[in-house]
Design a binder for this molecule. Sequence first.
Ligand code: BTN
Length: 328
Amino acid sequence: MKTEILKLLRESKDYVSGQQLCETFGVSRTAIWKVMNQLKEEGYEVEAVRNRGYRIVGSTDVMTQEELSSLLDGRTKWAGQHVFYYDEIDSTNLKAKQFGEEGAPHGTLAVADMQTAGRGRRGRGWDSPAGSSIYMSIMLRPKFPPVKAPMLTIVMAYSVARALCTCTGLDVQIKWPNDIILNGKKIVGILTEMSTEIDYINHIVIGVGINVNMESFPEEIVEKATSLRIETGEIQKRAPIVVEIMSEFETWYEAFEQSEDLSFLQDDYNQLLVNCGKDVRILGAKETYQAHALGINETGELLVRREDGSEEAVYAGEVSVRGVYGYV
Ligand code: BTN
């Protein structure tokens, strides 16, 4: 009921009368009054005016099941339409993997306020304190073969970058293949994990961690990481960002299904690429070398020109890319 009440209040331009709410949900005035008090405790500014009813006049950064469900309702067809919110969890990627194994529908989303065992790429952890970040993982049941899976990470990075631009107006960039960068520092990490049989995908989980309202970072990563709040000086609302990402991702995932490759976003992705047209260091298993980054090709590999003039495509699973003087 709280989700529906929130949606009604948000969508109504005028006050919503207590009487109308009682009739719609078949409950007493006291029950409605209790919901309004819960909403106030969660951070909504609810205005109650005698003989007129209730109205939401503002809110802080509210992250609850009801906030996410009510904002997502009708915004997408499948991405995040089944959403599960947790105050605390080991890892949303593990949760989404469990959804996959239990037969949950394509697009099921896990969101948490805090993770106790956040997972990063290359076996690293992902620092996941409470109250300040977005930890979200979407479970997908793609119809395409496993070789195309790495391209999906690029689709997600592109979607997150676009969503952050829309929600904050900031010029975020992408560090190939899938870190999102703001003013030279990392604000988003993406971890894709896949469960496959020999030639088909059971399910894929794409996890996204976004530094939203953190005020500081541990010494070891302070040079490399930042948050939206540090860069803008303002507290950002997390739930609308989650919703915007789902909306963008659904659009570009469907475009990817239609297309054989990433040619539909290649140019736009390259526009956002922080290293595009710059010299980079390529860190491979066998060698480290300097090259000039030219942008991604249709399959999401990074095209680089070596110092001897030869061009090659490097594959995300095999190399890391750094700026010549540091992280980007
Ligand atoms: C990276 O190392 O850059 C990837 C970090 C991915 C972190 C996110 S937070 C939500 C999801 N759950 C996890 O355990 N990891 C991902």
